[in-house]
Structure formats: C-alpha cells, structure tokens
Write a protein that binds this ligand. Sequence first.
Ligand code: SF4
Length: 343
Amino acid sequence: MSGRISVEQARDLWVNASDEEMKSLARGARAKWHEPNHATYMVMRIINYTNVCVAQCDYCAFYVLPNQEGGYVLSRKDVFAKIDDLLEVGGDLVAFNGGFNPKLPLDFYCELFAAVRERYGDRVEFYALTIAEFVYLADRANLTHAEAAARLRDAGVHWITGGGSEILTEDFRKRHAKFKYTVHEYFEAQRAIVAAGLKTTATMVIGFDETLDERLEHLQRTRDFQDETGGLFSFLCWTYKPYGTEFAGVEISPQEYWRHIALSRIFLDNVKHVRTSVLTQNADAFRALDYGADDFDLPIEDEVTQKAGATIELDLESLLAVPRSLGYTVEYRRAERPAALTA
Ligand code: SF4
C-alpha cells in the first residue's frame, strides 16, 4: 500500500488486516518522520483548576454543577505549588483543564496565564485551554474566536490544544455532550487559533459507543484540517474511562487501542507526531510504539481521568524501563514555542 489511503481503504484495513499487517504498515508510515527505534516523551501535570461545569457530558465523572456540594476553584497559590512540584520531579509542561464554570470569565484566565508566564518564564510551558473551554469562554465574553485568541496570546499563551474533542461527529456530540460545542464551531475556533499564531494539537478519545464510521469521520476531519492549515503539532488518542460516569460502559482492550493507533498513523499522513496515552493505558501504552506512535507524556496528575478510573504511576524510571525493554531509546523533549514568538 503506497500513498494516501481513503476512508474506504481505512475501513477495509480495520476489518480485515491482521495485527502484524497493521503494525508493519504503521511502522512504514512512522519511518517517514522518525527513527524506527526512537521515541520522545514529556513529564507533565494536568492542573484541574475548577471542577464546576455546566456542559453535563454524560461520559464525565469529574464535574459538579454550580452551587452543588464539592465544587472548587484552585487559588493562585495552589496552582503555583502544583507547578513547583512538577519542576521538582523534572517536568516542565502543565496542561490546564477545568470545566465550563460560569463564574470564571475570560479575564480570570488571562490574568492566571499572565501570572504563570511572569513567575516561571520559559522554565515551564503550558497548554492553556482546550478548544472546548476556549469556545465557551469566547462566547461568554461576546468575542469572536479571533479576538479571544489574540487576548490569550497577549497574556502569554502559546498553546491551546485540541483536548475535549472526543469524537468529532455532530451525532456523537448530540448523544453525549449537546451543551459543549458543535463540530463546526470546534474547527472554526481551531482555525482562529492557528491564524493567531498559536500552537495546537489534535486529540481523540475512543471506547464510548462510537461506530467505526464515526471514528473514520473524526480521522478524515483531522486530516482535512491539517491539509488546510498545517497547524496540528500532534495527534493524541486516549481511551474512555467509564467508572463513575452517567454513560458507564466497559473499557476497550489494549489490542483495540493499539490497532486504532496504527490506523491513525497510517491515515494521518500529514501529522508528524502520533502520541500514545500512558494516562489511560499505563504500561500498555508503550506497545503502541510498535503500532506507529512516536511520543508520549508521563503525567503526574489528572483529576478528570483519575475520577473515572485512571491510575497514575509516579515512579517515572520504572515506566521508562518499559519502552526501553521493547527496544526503544527514549529522549526527553520540551514543548515547542510558536515560531512567530521565537526570538
Ligand atoms: S468533560 Fe469537560 S466539559 Fe464535559 S462535563 Fe466534564 S468537565 Fe465539563
């Protein structure tokens, strides 16, 4: 198989190809970008600054509604303490992630991000918001996506990631997250983020009730967006954790995850990095390096997935021993700065 594959060919591969065939094709696609037995990683912390959210996604075990018991907003001091802890264990990437909290306007975030940039400079990079949060905040501030992106950029933000995308089909969103955003809004926002000179990523979550057609539509939309903008640094896929959620369900197998990573690597011929999820797959995530992934995070905290059943291993050296035992050299990498902001 050579050249770009169609959705029909991707469907055929998923249904008919053996694991060995998937691996072999994905490794061929990976070799276009990366050394065969080399992988990169980051040590990061997801800081969940608030759990108050009005979106009410049925697959989420993290949120509480406004005025419900247990809602919180982290203080600036708490945020700094978490970043200091991250630096102490050798990490330098923070991903801020919270909920759609009606009490926190865009200005709250701009002030928080400016304070983090001022205190830590380039010692820490941060993913400021997911696109889902960005859309919500821009709407509430009555700003266009371009205006909101410019405000955040001026506050020192470099990255707004594609988190919160789950499955990008309108039907999936109506079934599970009807208050979050439409797929059209999602890509409009991401277009504005790229146009503002900020960096962004693509993500995907599998293992709900999505059909194969929906997975393929998500991949097709991602590839189309990258053809149009070239703005996606990476594609990260993780798996749904069903514990404590309204939707419930059962987890998919590691094998299904690895095959999906392979299919994504083969299909997304225009995205350099395909990332595997240690957060949701633990040690099984590293096997995805054989299926085309080239990069991963070692997270030290994420309340959202931990509430839904994810477990986090804090012995980073024992985790890194796993890809090494599979024959990979692993190299720490820092988050890139946007080219336009690099002096
Ligand atoms: S997944 Fe995010 S947007 Fe949806 S309810 Fe949970 S915190 Fe809110």
